[in-house]
Design a protein around this ligand. Structure first.
Ligand code: PRX
Length: 633
């Protein structure tokens, strides 16, 4: 990926912590906390004490069957109990838990007590459908209160959720449903996007034709569309009907610390998407601790993470982290620039958002409209800012720091992944910051940059990013694919977790993430697998073979560059280009942004038939192709 790496190498600016922010902070000294975290089992055990356990663990970490680690062994806990129930007998009972807002300006507030009642009703509704502990329930929903309620209802009764991002389309959706053999799906009539309503029900109806395991579809009437009962098929039921008359009380299922909590699909470099499996106790400890310390969450905060709940950022930091800490979480449905590029800043001002967490691509997008929009609003409530999803270029960092944070709110550049569940590399508010660096491993986590054999590389030199010790919110396996779990992450650099990113450390031990070391693309912060895009191309009748690489894009970070071999008689003209664009979008959804399609006669392959995308990338960027000894003649 061509990025401004020269700028990153030259970046020498350092920003001191803001005194007021540090005075307020739970953790006042970053370095001391990192030292404390070196005794990592003790560190995480202390953090686990902040949660309410039904039964205490008898061992913090069990490493006897590596890489299948266990945390808080034999502890019994329930996420919904900790995120909702335990607050209703405290002064938080009537505090707003969820503040839902959308681009039309509609808002809905749910206090902890109201949320408690809704979760219980839904949990009872699911039970009536026969959902039991360990069953998988899937959601294909917009950012709406019912999504959070349904996820918490699953937690309450011990069901495992598998949320599919509502921006993914039919092909991607079907693949995820069938892999997890989902029986119950919760969807909605539509979602608001840039003044339009995207018909989610239509997409899920089409997908359902190819999902034989689904027995029941629960439909949320979210956009007030006109669908009524006569539009539903025999296996469909309205959400409101399901919960009608259900008691607002429901017992929590005591979950073992290692019971599955959710599956979340993400893209790898080869093959089908990976079902990343997270379990209960450790995930809760890791997510609540990182949010508390990195964003310094206090109960009167107005927390806003703009990530979609369909991705890990939303799971960990829109819903679970904030509710486990008993703060207010903003749930926003819509685009960042609709009705105008001041939409987000308007929300910050209107609700007094105190901590704001978003993606570099959104910052770069909003930056294009200049300082005018952030300057139109009073953003003085903002105390801490954050970014996630891809490396942030220093220019965007500076814009965010000056125009949004007014040089008072420090930026937490958090590096982590679907697999890691929680932030692993990030500053705390008391850290010295360098624009473009995610700084150091969070307290209690051990990260490094190594060569292929696991030896640390000299400071300043690039290498593979690895995590050297287990961490509580780590995923436990890939759904029904233990071999792939071991091969992809643990067997490549023995003893360490290989993250799939390249990085370097500077003379202060700060990490500079350089991007993926595999064939995974990052388009507007979304993870898109090259092989998924290639299969989408090949499923079009005109395409015989396809290879895709990431191409630099100033706003989205990367977009797709596709090389296609066409069937005889086809030519890559405007009409076919349009058709291919439409087709790939239909299969994968708007996340698959195509920048360029090129017709080729052949593709570079190894003798065993694997496409050498590295060769295509080097040719595209005019760089040295490197070792081509395995290239087929
Ligand atoms: O390449 C890294 C990039 O996002 C990847 C993980 O993507 P995903 O599982 O979709 O999770 C994204 C949200 C947690 C990583 O392998 N990435 C994430 N955060 C950063 C980042 N790259 C650089 N800096 C970050 N702060």
């Amino acid at each position: 990926m061509k990025r401004d790496t020269t700028v990153l190498l030259d970046e020498k600016r350092i920003f001191k912590p803001n005194v007021e922010t540090v005075e307020r902070a739970h953790v006042k000294n970053w370095e001391t906390e990192i030292e404390k975290g070196k005794n990592f089992e003790k560190y995480w055990e202390e953090k686990a004490e902040d949660l309410d356990w039904f039964e205490r663990w008898d061992q913090v970490l069990d490493e006897s069957n590596k890489p299948f680690f266990k945390w808080f062994v034999n502890g019994k806990i329930n996420l919904a109990y900790n995120a909702v129930d335990r607050w209703i007998n405290t002064e938080k009972r009537n505090q707003v838990a969820i503040l839902y807002v959308n681009e039309r300006g509609d808002e809905k507030k749910l206090t902890y007590y109201e949320l408690y009642r809704e979760v219980n009703k839904m949990a009872n509704g699911l039970k009536n459908l026969g959902v039991k502990k360990g069953d998988t329930v899937s959601m294909y929903l917009p950012m709406c209160p019912e999504l959070l309620i349904s996820m918490l209802a699953c937690n309450k009764i011990g069901a495992v959720h598998s949320v599919v991002y509502s921006g993914l389309s039919v092909g991607a959706f079907v693949e995820r449903m069938n892999d997890a053999k989902v029986k119950i799906l919760i969807t909605a009539d539509g979602t608001y996007r840039r003044g339009k309503i995207i018909d989610l029900k239509k997409i899920s109806d089409e997908a359902m034709l190819q999902c034989p395991t689904i027995e029941t579809v629960i439909v949320v009437k979210h956009t007030g569309s006109k669908i009524d009962i006569s539009d539903l098929s025999g296996r469909e039921i309205f959400y409101e009907r399901l919960i009608e008359g259900e008691p607002a009380e429901c017992e929590c299922e005591p979950m073992d610390s290692e019971d599955p909590l959710f599956i979340l699909y993400t893209s790898g470099s080869t093959g089908k998407p990976k079902g990343v499996l997270h379990t209960t106790g450790g995930y809760m400890v890791g997510v609540s601790t990182t949010l508390k310390n990195i964003f310094d969450i206090h109960e009167n905060d107005m927390w806003w993470c703009t990530g979609d709940i369909g991705w890990i950022t939303g799971h960990s930091y829109v819903i679970y982290g904030p509710l486990l800490l008993g703060t207010t979480t903003v749930v926003y449905e819509g685009a960042p620039d609709y009705p105008d590029p001041g939409a987000w800043w308007n929300i910050v001002e209107k609700y007094g958002v105190t901590k704001f967490y978003t993606a570099p691509t959104a910052i770069r997008h909003l930056m294009r409209f200049g300082n005018k929009y952030p300057n139109l609003y009073n953003l003085s409530s903002l105390k801490i800012l954050g970014t996630v999803g891809e490396p942030i270029n220093p220019e965007a960092w500076m814009w965010y720091y000056k125009n949004v944070g007014k040089e008072k709110a420090p930026i937490m550049d958090t590096w982590w992944q679907t697999e890691t569940g929680m932030h692993l590399i990030s500053p705390l508010p008391s850290a010295y910051l360098k624009p473009g660096s995610a700084t150091k491993a969070v307290p209690g986590v051990d990260a490094d940059v190594v060569d292929e054999d696991g030896n640390p590389v000299p400071l300043g030199k690039g290498g593979y990013l690895v995590i050297k010790k287990p961490w509580p919110a780590m995923f436990r396996t890939l759904y029904e694919d233990e071999e792939r779990y071991k091969d992809v992450y643990w067997n490549q650099i023995p003893g360490y977790y290989k993250a799939g990113d390249m990085a370097r450390k500077d003379e202060d031990g700060y990490f500079w993430i350089q991007g993926r070391s595999d064939d995974v693309l990052k388009i507007a912060g979304h993870r898109v697998g090259t092989s998924e895009v290639e299969s989408a191309f090949v499923s079009h009748p005109a395409v015989v073979e396809a290879a895709v690489i990431g191409k630099h894009d100033p706003i989205k970070g990367q977009v797709i560059k596709a090389f296609v071999i066409l069937r005889e008689g086809y030519k890559l003209k405007t009409k076919l280009i349009e058709e291919l664009n439409k087709h790939v979008r239909y299969e994968l959804g708007p996340v698959a942004v195509i920048g360029d399609i090129e017709q080729v006669e052949s593709l570079p392959k190894t003798r065993s038939g694997k496409i050498m995308r590295r060769v295509l990338r080097a040719r595209e960027l005019g760089e040295d192709v490197g070792d081509t000894s395995t290239l087929e003649e």
